[in-house]
Structures are given as C-alpha cells and as structure tokens.
Design a protein around this ligand. Sequence first.
Ligand SMILES: C[S@@+](CC[C@H](N)C(=O)[O-])C[C@H]1O[C@@H](n2cnc3c(N)ncnc32)[C@H](O)[C@@H]1O
Length: 254
Amino acid sequence: MRDQDLDKLNAWMTAAEHRHLADLRVQEITRALRALSSAYVERRTQGNGRRVHGALDTAGKRAAFALYYAPLHFMAVSEAVRALGLTQPAPDAIVDLGCGTGAAGASWSLAAGATSTIIGVDRHPWAVAETRWTLSQLGLRGMVKQGDIERLRPARSGESAIAAYTLNELPDGARQRVEQQLLERARRGGRVLILEPLARAVVPWWDDLARRLTALGGRTDEWKVPVEAPPIARELGKAAGLNYRELRFQTLSL
Ligand SMILES: C[S@@+](CC[C@H](N)C(=O)[O-])C[C@H]1O[C@@H](n2cnc3c(N)ncnc32)[C@H](O)[C@@H]1O
C-alpha cells in the first residue's frame, strides 16, 4: 500500500475510533467483534445460510465492523487494484455494491488518484450514513443511496463496480442477477472487481463464477498479503484473537 493511502486510512480510523469510543468502551467493541467473527466462522465451517444475521444490529457490532473489518477490507482492495492494474486510467465512476462503511470504493478511488466519483449502495441505513461520513473524511467525491443492489438502474457507459465481501450475503438468484449487471458494466467499458474471503464454504459458487468470467477475459487471483493494520484494528484483533496481520482473500476481475 502506498504511504499516502496508509496515512489517509490511519487518519480515517483515528476519527472513527473517537466517534465510536464516545459511546462504547473498547471491551464492549471487543465482545461484539468476537460475536461477529464467530458468526462468520460458524458460517464458514458449517456453510449454513448465506447471511450473518444481525451483523449490524447493535452499536457494538457496527463499531466492530467499522474499526476492524472495514480497514482490513480497505487494505485488501488497495493491494488488489494496484496489482491488477485497475488504477490506470482512473475510473470515472465506481459503484460500490453493498458499500458497508464505504471502505472498498474509497480505497479504489484513493489508489487511483482520488478523481473517481463513488456511488455507494447499501440496504442498511447505518451503512449509508457511515459511507457518507467516510467520503467526507477522506475528501472523496460521491453519493450514497439506500437500496437493494439487485435493483440498480442500468449501468452507464464506463462505470466501474466493486463488490467487496458482499456477494456472499446474497441468495443464489439475487447473486446471479447482480452477476448479470456486473457483466453488463464490463461490456459497457467499466472495470469490475469482486473480492471474497479465501473460504470455499462461504463462496461455494466461486469456481462457477470464475469459469464464466475467465471465459469472457476476466482473471481470478488468490492473495495472502502481510499488512500493518491501523492501531485500533490491531488492538481489537489482538483482544479478540483474530488474524489481523495477514489478509487472505480472492478476487475476480474483468
Ligand atoms: C460484509 S459487508 C461488506 C461491506 C463493504 N463492501 C466492505 O468491503 O467493507 C456487506 C454489506 O452488503 C450489504 N448488503 C447485503 N445484501 C445487500 C443487498 N441485497 N442490497 C444492498 N446491500 C446489501 C450489507 O448491508 C453490508 O453492509
């Protein structure tokens, strides 16, 4: 990751930490992070159900997501877009599908020179507000809408899209409809990037999708990248016994 992007990430996380710690103690966020991560692990080992129910339903879990998972996702996207050559030319627009706190679209835009317009979409009202805050903190241009990513307006020419850790939350039919949208974006000249954890049970459909996208000229990659996460993510990850030192994820890009 470039130093300037790491500096932005650290400043964003410091501001986020002050906001969340105004209402919660670190111990409460750690407890919520343990609950969130065991829900993810349970799904990973049992493959039962696609959504982690109630992932954002308490202030503690939202803080845990914002201060632990979001910065790791930001770092994963930054590594991937630079290594895959998705930063040049900078996308005019980046649609961030299931934007959460806005980490993925913001990371791609920053790595590409911060000129892209980000269009964040999430069905959760907290995520919409949080992404707006993220864009303003990072000085990025964009808009954020509450809505279902299955039902987006048709892709505009040259609009790129990212789905980071989102497709695994969709039922099969919805995921296939989003896949069609992503292909349409690629046909209209946009770049498309999908990130998911390196865990087959979470993404049992990965190989099929990879076959379809590589047949159209896309590529698939697996990543194991050592990182220096922001201090609050390290503190929470250490307290919750999680691996915050190495990112493990896979990408499909087109
Ligand atoms: C695990 S989070 C990932 C957030 C973000 N992309 C990141 O990388 O940090 C998944 C997000 O997808 C959103 N989501 C799931 N299904 C959705 C749907 N059908 N329409 C819109 N948002 C959805 C959730 O609300 C959540 O914010």
